[in-house]
Design a protein around this ligand. Sequence first.
Ligand SMILES: [Zn+2]
Length: 829
Amino acid sequence: MGADRKLARWDKIVEYFRLLDDASDRIEVVELGKSTEGNPFLLAIITSPENFRNLEEIRRTGPTLAYSDDLTAGEALVKTGKAVIAMAMSIHASEVGGTQMAPELAYDLITGDSPYIKRILDEVVLLLIPCANPDGNMMVVDWYNRWLGTEYEGGPMPWLYHKYVGHDNNRDLVLMNMSETKMLAKLLFEDWFPLAYIDFHHYGSFGGRYYIPPFVNPTDPNVDPLVWTEQQLYGGAMMLKLEQAGKTGVENYAGFTAEFNAAYTRVCSWHGICGMLTESASAKLASPMYVHYHQLQPARRGRPEYRAHVNFPHPWPGGWWRLRDIVEQQKVSALAALEVAANYRETLLRNLRLKAKRGMEKGESESPYALVFPPSQHDPLTALKLLDALRKLGVKVHRADEEFAVDGIIHPEGSYIVFLSQITRPYLLSTLRRRIYHDSPWARSPEGTPISLQDIAGYNLAELMGAKVVEVGKPFEASATQVEEIPLPEGSVMGSEHGYVLDGRLNDGFKAVNDLLKEGIKVCRADEEVRSGGAAYPRGAFYVPEQEGAAEALGKEAGALHLTLHPLEEAPEFERHEVRSLRIAMYQRYYGGNTDEGWTRWLMEQYGFDYATVRDKEIKEGLKGKYDALIFPSDPVPMITGEKLEEYFEKRFKGMRVFPKFPPEYRSGIGKEGVEKVKEFVEAGGTLLLLNEASEFAIDELKLPIINVVKDLKPTEFFCPGSTLKVEIDTSSPLAYGVAGDTPILFWDGPAFSIKLVDNNEDFRVVARYPDERILQSGWLIGEKLLSRKAALIDAKLGEGRVILYGFRTQFRAQTHATFKFLFNALIT
Ligand SMILES: [Zn+2]
């Protein structure tokens, strides 16, 4: 494994693991399900034959220690339980080492007869995911083999290494939208609750050779300190074993922070599982790479020089770097982690119980005591989706059997209560509350420049999803029942001769409307409030007149989507317009693919929006007459036009990355010709949606009189690394129909707009703008003044058409449910 210029493809690795399964009583291979594109997703359980005889009992140890409400439970399990450790390989498919290493690790464990291996097998159960992204492995291997022996050998793929989400497959765990994530979440939080979880990655080619745990500062005080101390134990043993094996260039406490992000390692740590990752220096996939000593760089955090440090004791001197080096270092560290688990089995099991107890005790003695989801939500179905995700991540959720009062608020029966006395307390505290990022010496360079984070600074799911969550600051009693599954309302259709009303605040309503339109049912949208039968539906409600087939079609949608269709009790007199689905084109480029494009595709499919993917050729041929709307997902303008890419890379990465070489047929960009065609398309009546960074296309290429007021500023002048910001929303604009007026937007790498002083100001409708001050909701914002009163969302006229500039992440990772409607509203009109 890891031989020069050889990569094993997933189908062969599957075959190999099944062979091991047949040949050995130390391994069981389980297919957990299928990947997004239908490939087998495997778990290999490796332990002693004796342990296999008691596997079900061993499996229950983790969930019992983590979730039992009985404070005295677990002492016997701590003594007799086995140490369960999970490892997942190559979730990022171009980071090929892990999946190439896994078969060899498995082979060594099931054939080894040394006391060292036998002890590991006796004390430990290894849950090995040989490939956390099977589809990606196959794409990368095929790509690699295709260009072997050419000047493009070892170069990156032109597209995403997952059907939808590419590199963001490791940012999906909070809502589990992808099938791979669902399987892993069930394995970790429901079935096994292991003591530790490690995933194996690659980083760049010009730094250390191998990053191992622990993470570097800053950290999050909500996490149980036992997690960080365990990381030192595992990481210390890895460092020792690697040095002993002659592996140089190993570093820890560097590069990767102990702050929350939506990756497996962090979600695990926030749950009390010791979540860790390793990062190997990249070769050119399986091709060796030569690196000069003077090219070797410091780490972004934690290792300021390329010299020997306590956390980087033995620098690598440069030279050839090969996939085999990666396979070996990863295998040594994997075995070291298993050795720690074997040697400290009882301590680690005791720690797991201790983390659970501490969570329970804190939740009974420290504020906040609970988070309450009231039944009255702006979009109740979306709030239930959040609760469902929490359940699937092992969070205990209760439902109030009767009303209760606390902190001067009466919460009705049916309120969901998330008590904070549980092992997942740190996760809940860090992802469901307003959070102002702690600006500290760890967060800046010695000269005071803020350092980019590994994920967004304000990861508040309640804000991103528009769920109302009430924090309880006092101990209280409520009669409540724990729910295993979050029940969804049964949909219903109540009709009248005048037709049906569907609340425009529900995201799922858009799926229903898209389905209805495809069936030829007439649907209208109310341009003012609708009152019927004592209820009021805000502007933007959908109205379906009584017509042939309506009752049946609506019944189907209501049942499938849990929607309620209300009767309109009097003939409609409100302002309304008939809606239709637009013919949507979405631009796709090469150069590694665009994660935002993949997420957008996935989101559109979930909500029933048909779209066509268009590339340069279609754009240059012209979209006029073929489509009504064109979407540019978030992307810097040079990546869309394909012009000045080298300069763009130089400016953005300051010499730390050069633009990779792609075969000519995989270079993309719409060019001047494409820009002209896009302009023609809009002027003839088309709608152009420019998401986040792509908004600058309107400024740079379409020459709209708009300025990005935060362009090219130094981080000390303006810095907003993924934060929710307050905006004032013009809810009378059809683009904002159904959006809650107080919804914060997620700002990350975005523009903020000012309109130049022109005569035709009325052609630019500002749909969302920043307030004068106190703009930050959650996260980190330097340079607030620059945003004061500026526009965040502009609906601009251009000829007969319109250009919509979204200065924020309206559909980020399919997680920002609160602002999906800014996108949906533009596509049903
Ligand atoms: Zn990675």
